[in-house]
Design a protein around this ligand. Structure first.
Ligand code: ATP
Ligand code: MG
Length: 197
């Protein structure tokens, strides 16, 4: 996962419920950077406040950290983070607001949008904003999408020009899509199961 994220600007990670997408993937990135003493500023969005708080607390509990230190959360007006925070869990709406205000995405080294299959206006606008900022400024930020199940096609189509790699169990829709794209030569399927658009 780390290698794929490092080698591609935009990655989609699909896994079964409870496999560790929300809690483990951000930690993989964080620990990789800590290991090599590299700076990182990771933001992870959750559709709901309760999920953002719960995942942040879980990550802190797993590591024996105090919440709001290395790892914190921001939901609505409640901001439990500090200058030391380099893994922030927030609601999709909070990130959208931050991006609109900053007009840039390069404050972050990694942007992780969780539960992307849950369609909401906020999620759609956040994805569009991320795509726009990536296109206009072309920063080095890494974007990852985490999802559990259906709705894959929409995200693929929305990010068509930016998805460079997908880790996914290939479902019928995707297979259909890939076959179509293979005919036009726009897509390349690696032998490790990754799909490169
Ligand atoms: N607050 C918590 N307390 C106890 N166990 C937890 C807590 N949060 C997560 N876990 C456990 O950690 C594992 C990974 O959870 P995680 O939320 O990262 O999975 P996920 O892949 O994001 O699942 P989903 O697709 O449902 O979002 C699960 O087995 C879950 O039971
Ligand atoms: Mg999750």
């Amino acid at each position: 996962i780390i290698k794929t994220i490092e080698q591609n600007p935009v990655v989609m990670i699909q896994g079964e419920t409870g496999c560790g997408k929300s809690t483990q993937v951000p930690q993989f990135i964080l620990f990789q950077h800590m290991k090599y003493l590299k700076h990182c500023n990771i933001v992870v969005t959750q559709p709901r406040k309760i999920a953002a708080i719960s995942v942040a607390k879980r990550v802190c509990a797993e590591n024996g950290w105090e919440i709001g230190g290395l790892c914190g959360y921001q939901v609505g007006l409640e901001n439990v983070s500090s200058d030391h925070t380099c893994l922030l869990f927030c609601t999709t709406g909070v990130l959208l607001q931050k991006l609109i205000t900053a007009k840039t995405i390069d404050n972050y080294t990694h942007v992780i949008l969780d539960e992307v299959h849950e369609r909401s206006q906020e999620m759609d606008f956040t994805m569009l904003t991320v795509r726009k900022l990536l296109r206009e400024k072309c920063p080095n930020v890494k974007v990852s999408f985490l999802k559990g199940c259906a709705g894959f096609m929409f995200v693929l189509l929305l990010l068509l020009h930016h998805i460079t790699s997908t880790i996914a169990s290939i479902n019928e829709l995707l297979l259909h899509y890939i076959n179509k794209q293979l005919q036009t030569g726009d897509i390349d399927v690696g032998n490790n199961g990754c799909v490169c658009v």
